[in-house]
Design a protein around this ligand. Structure first.
Ligand SMILES: C[S@@+](CC[C@H](N)C(=O)[O-])C[C@H]1O[C@@H](n2cnc3c(N)ncnc32)[C@H](O)[C@@H]1O
Length: 228
């Protein structure tokens, strides 16, 4: 599901770079669907890259793939990849990979980013560094919600920090899963509040305040976007 949805977010192009390819499954779908002509499949580590080489050889796709070992975008030449996919990594690592190679990111048309954690920090980095989210999707797999961001260069104002946590794009679309995700977060926060609200510890009093204000904001979003 997650892997397929990442591939769904990739537009037609000549060359896509699949950074941190691991097993090579995203690369496989892109080539089988003829979305892009060529994939540069990279990984920091030898083991995962060897797995990808083996798997993509077995599936008969190896000739359309260039394999490279190294960190982030450092293995690319400027202008080589039209689209860059960075999926299945922590949000902070994704930010670092983007930040470390401005000469490469400048020449990339689109990015498909799927952070496993800290999606709010990824959105913040994008908004503050000349990127704009063109579209988003969310997928649920084994009780986890994964956010997939299609990103281009540009500027987009953000009117409230709450949209770093909850995708405005998906709220506008009235996406079913974003409603579920929002409600789940409210329940999680309420459960935490139940456990800590009688505490007199200063840090827990602060935490209660923060959680209450988040719940209030989430409830507000439900009203604004007519989410039940
Ligand atoms: C959990 S896997 C994700 C695989 C695949 N992209 C997906 O979404 O299913 C993360 C992969 O990223 C690789 N990785 C970690 N840090 C990296 C970096 N700085 N540059 C390139 N690859 C990296 C790891 O070796 C691992 O194979």
């Amino acid at each position: 599901m997650r892997i397929k949805q990442i591939a769904d977010m990739v537009d037609e192009c000549n060359t896509v770079a699949d950074i941190g390819t691991d097993h090579g499954y995203v690369t496989e779908i892109i080539l089988k669907r003829n979305i892009c002509k060529k994939v540069i499949a990279t990984d920091l580590n030898k083991g995962p890259l060897e797995n990808a080489i083996k798997y993509l050889t077995l599936t008969g796709l190896k000739d359309k793939v260039e394999f490279r070992q190294g960190s982030g975008l450092e293995v690319l030449e400027p202008g080589e990849a039209d689209i860059v996919i960075i999926a299945g990594m922590g949000g902070l690592l994704i930010n670092k990979i983007l930040r470390d190679s401005p000469n490469i990111t400048d020449k990339v048309n689109k990015f498909v980013l799927q952070p496993m954690t800290a999606v709010d920090k990824v959105r913040k980095y994008l908004f503050e560094n000349g990127y704009k989210i063109e579209s988003e999707s969310i997928v649920k797999e084994y009780h986890h919600y994964y956010h997939i961001l299609k990103v281009v260069h540009g500027f987009e104002p953000i009117y409230d920090d709450i949209y770093l946590e909850i995708s405005q794009y998906l709220l506008n679309k009235k996406d079913k899963l974003i409603a579920e995700y929002l409600n789940k977060r409210i329940i999680t926060y309420k459960n935490i509040l139940d456990k800590i609200q009688n505490s007199r510890k200063k840090e827990l009093i602060e935490k209660s305040k923060l959680l209450n204000s988040k719940i209030e904001k989430y409830e507000e979003l439900k009203l604004i976007y007519d989410i039940r």
